[in-house]
Design a protein around this ligand. Structure first.
Ligand code: F6P
Length: 557
């Protein structure tokens, strides 16, 4: 690791972000455009809606409803150049150890590289290894789907339960929900993540153990929540069959840690591997996607990978002014660092994408929620925003009020598909008209004059005014398919990369999750131990532990 730091320090451009000429120019530029209204920007440029748009690999990005001028975009692009975004992209694709605090390459792009492509890491082409695992997954998925894989009593598998947390859960469950339309409907898929026993209990309560397969998904195979749930699931199986040998027929593992997998009792033959150069939140297209592959079949899974790869190529080769992830990443920086926006909303107008915002929360916030630069100093600017969202139109009847008339600026990403997967009456037209209406209302609002002209009583006029000038992107794709999902996820992966490069942080480590884990390990035995003087936390934590012990004892009787 020391070597990684040394190597990095000698090559890095030491100019601090806020001292860069483009940053300073953006600060000055912000003062001149901060009050410009989208109404005027559109009125002055009738073609703006078509001009400020970009298309890549079948995804259409309309970024015209952002509070930008052509100069803003030019300055943001200049900032990207000054931060050597191009060099950093190349470094990632070349397998350089850009995750410097863990001294690791960042090669999730290799997970979707087509057979025959070459990506060299430590002198070895990693692409054949990727395809060996994919082939093994495909064979296994086929066996489960066609009933050839039997449980301990000889019954075929009808239920698949993925046990994993963070990237070992959010990607698989998001992809399963997103691609449910393409999934094998005769089978049941469940995803258990929380160490709260309720999660596992509710997931298995109506399942027949004879027909149930558990996939224990954990990069490290040491994560407390996952291993606790996996051991409880193992007990559930052993109790049912009164024989430990049943474990081999009802458990498979996805991990980088073969030793721990064997120790758990899973036959290493039934382990699907991946590598330390795949970050947890970037792993849904590795073996971590095994549940997804069983659900949709290997052909559709590969078509999802092709979608990822198409976006990777676009990100690597498209000029920055036409590059979707670069444009979206830079627009995010514009709001985060110049307008002071604290959050960003993602609003998919597709019910199948209901877990997409939760997935993006880990992707964006675990990646860019950092306050130390690659050079080891504290940043003097804001980094990753809070990411949140819900599918439309549900959100419209909940939090959109605040986006329209609240006091906070919340840049939004609207996502829509032109052809529905479930055409029922005119419901899709209603859905999409709501999407378009929301971005229009946010941008242009409604003036006091317009409100008055409707005959509104004077006292009510200010309440019914929409200031507008609320920015948004709209991303349109033809249809939600495995391929378009791959493109969409890769788009956001590279948006995160772009922003991390600008903010000069390591988007691929996650040291911030460690302290809580260590403290929880210390507290667990204290909840059961009643030797009070041993409590050595702060007075608040001590009091909470005592309160918990006391309440629990009273309920237990
Ligand atoms: O605690 C955070 C984290 O390390 C994530 O980055 C990761 O996706 C998750 O835990 C699960 O880790 P694992 O796959 O090793 O169980």
């Amino acid at each position: 690791m020391v070597e990684a730091f040394r190597r990095f320090r000698t090559t890095m451009n030491k100019t601090a972000l806020t001292q860069r000429p483009a940053w300073k120019a953006l600060e000055a530029h912000y003062q001149s455009v901060k009050d410009a209204h989208l109404r005027k920007l559109f009125a002055d440029d009738p073609k703006r809606g078509e001009r400020l748009a970009a298309e890549g690999v079948g995804l259409y990005l309309d970024y015209s409803k952002n509070r930008v001028t052509d100069e803003t975009i030019q300055l943001l692009l200049k900032l990207a150049e000054e931060c050597d975004l191009r060099g950093r992209i190349n470094a990632m694709f070349l397998g350089e150890k850009i995750n410097i605090t863990e001294d690791r390459a960042v090669l999730h792009v290799a997970l979707r590289a087509p057979r025959g492509q070459s990506i060299i890491l430590n002198g070895e082409n990693v692409v054949p290894k990727v395809h060996t695992v994919l082939d093994k997954m495909a064979e296994f998925a086929d066996h489960v789907r066609n009933g050839a894989w039997k449980g301990y009593t000889g019954k075929s598998i009808r239920n698949v339960v993925n046990i994993g947390i963070g990237g070992s859960n959010l990607g698989p469950v998001m992809a399963y929900e997103a691609l449910r339309h393409y999934s094998m409907r005769e089978m049941t898929f469940r995803f258990v993540s929380n160490v709260d026993g309720t999660d596992l209990a509710e997931a298995v309560r109506d399942l027949d153990p004879e027909e149930t397969l558990f996939i224990v998904s954990s990069k490290t195979f040491t994560t407390q929540e996952t291993m606790t749930n996996a051991h409880s699931a193992k007990q559930w199986i052993v109790n049912r069959f009164s024989n430990k040998r049943a474990v081999a027929d009802h458990f498979v593992a996805v991990s980088t840690n073969a030793r721990e997998v064997a120790q758990f009792g899973i036959d290493p033959v039934n382990m699907f591997g991946f590598w330390d150069w795949v970050g947890g939140r970037y792993s849904m297209d590795s073996a971590i996607g095994l549940a997804t592959m069983i659900a949709i079949g290997s052909k559709e899974f590969r078509s999802m990978l092709a979608g990822f790869h198409a976006m990777d190529d676009h990100f690597r080769t498209a000029p920055f002014d036409k590059n979707l992830p670069v444009l979206m990443g830079l627009l995010g920086v514009w709001y985060n660092n110049f307008f002071g926006a604290q959050t960003a909303a993602v609003l998919p107008y597709d019910q199948y994408l209901k877990r997409f915002p939760a997935y993006l929360q880990q992707l964006t916030m675990e990646s860019n929620g950092k306050h130390i630069t690659l050079g080891g100093t504290r940043v003097d600017y804001q980094t990753g925003p809070v990411f949140w969202g819900e599918p439309g139109t549900n959100g419209q009847h909940s939090f959109y009020q605040l986006i329209h008339q609240g006091t906070k600026l919340i840049p939004c990403d609207f996502i829509g598909f032109c052809y529905p997967l479930n055409p029922i009456g005119d419901q899709h037209e209603l859905l999409i008209s709501n999407l378009f209406a929301q971005s229009e209302a946010l941008a242009f609002g409604k003036t006091a004059e317009e409100v008055k002209a409707e005959g509104t009583a004077d006292a009510l006029v200010p309440h019914r005014v929409f200031e507008g000038n609320r920015p948004s992107n709209t991303i349109l794709a033809a249809q939600l398919t495995p391929e378009s999902l791959g493109k969409l996820v890769a788009l956001y992966e590279h948006v995160v990369f772009t922003q991390g490069a600008i903010w000069d942080i390591d988007s691929f480590d996650q040291w911030g999750v460690e302290l809580g884990k260590v403290l929880a390990k210390k507290i667990t035995p204290e909840l059961e131990s009643f030797v009070d003087p041993e409590l050595k936390h702060d007075s608040s934590t001590n009091a909470l532990i005592r309160r918990y012990r006391h309440s629990k004892t009273r309920i237990r009787g």
